[in-house]
Design a protein around this ligand. Structure first.
Ligand SMILES: CC(C)(COP(=O)(O)OP(=O)(O)OC[C@H]1O[C@@H](n2cnc3c(N)ncnc32)[C@H](O)[C@@H]1OP(=O)(O)O)[C@@H](O)C(=O)NCCC(=O)NCCS
Length: 157
């Protein structure tokens, strides 16, 4: 099996198991599919090594808490499987997804990022909103609001 990452748009069905294991302690009692998962306006990405799914990321249309004039989607369920974290796969999936979303007219992405993952998001160009620290009502873990503009203007020199 090659360890080259392949990224593709997938159906939410393909992501539930990885989301549950990595983000919800493998507990079916606390993992529920997102009510918006099957909507046509949702975007789901999978990162694969060979045929094995190793990364999940989903984006949903959302009124953003910042830059409200921009076409924005919210990232949820960002996860890399435990044994392959730290190999660049999460960053690879986000780069693919951000480019795909930008090509489809999305101008900004945002998320409630786990504080333990903020270094990851910052390393790929996301920024935190000062003063937005909070506990997730779903997991009770500390989170911070983060975002990234996708417009070419901002990345151009
Ligand atoms: C956070 C997570 C998605 C990152 O995915 P990953 O595939 O392990 O990350 P990558 O290997 O692509 O890392 C890219 C960069 O971020 C850094 N990074 C990764 N996780 C980090 C973390 N938790 N804190 C600080 N930096 C981190 C890496 O060192 C790497 O930096 P480099 O480019 O300087 O080498 C993954 O660790 C994970 O699933 N964690 C548990 C679930 C979670 O917290 N999900 C986020 C919910 S908001």
């Amino acid at each position: 099996m090659t360890d080259e990452l392949r990224v593709a748009r997938v159906s939410a069905d393909q992501l539930h198991e990885l989301r549950r294991r990595v983000l919800r302690n493998d507990d079916p009692a606390i993992y529920h599919p997102d009510p918006r998962d099957e909507e046509e306006t949702s975007w789901h990405y999978g990162g694969f090594i060979g045929s094995r799914l190793v990364v999940s990321a989903s984006f949903f249309p959302s009124a953003p808490p910042m830059n409200t004039e921009l076409v924005t989607v919210q990232l949820r369920y960002m996860a890399t499987d435990f044994d392959v974290q730290g190999r660049g796969y999460g960053a690879g999936v986000l780069a693919f997804a951000e480019e795909d979303l930008r090509a489809h007219g999305v101008e900004q992405v945002w998320a409630n990022g786990r504080d333990t993952a903020l270094g990851f998001y910052e390393s790929v160009g996301w920024r935190r909103v000062e003063g937005s620290e909070h506990l997730s009502a779903e997991t009770m873990l500390p989170h911070t609001v983060i975002f990234k503009r996708l417009s070419r203007d901002e990345v151009a020199p």
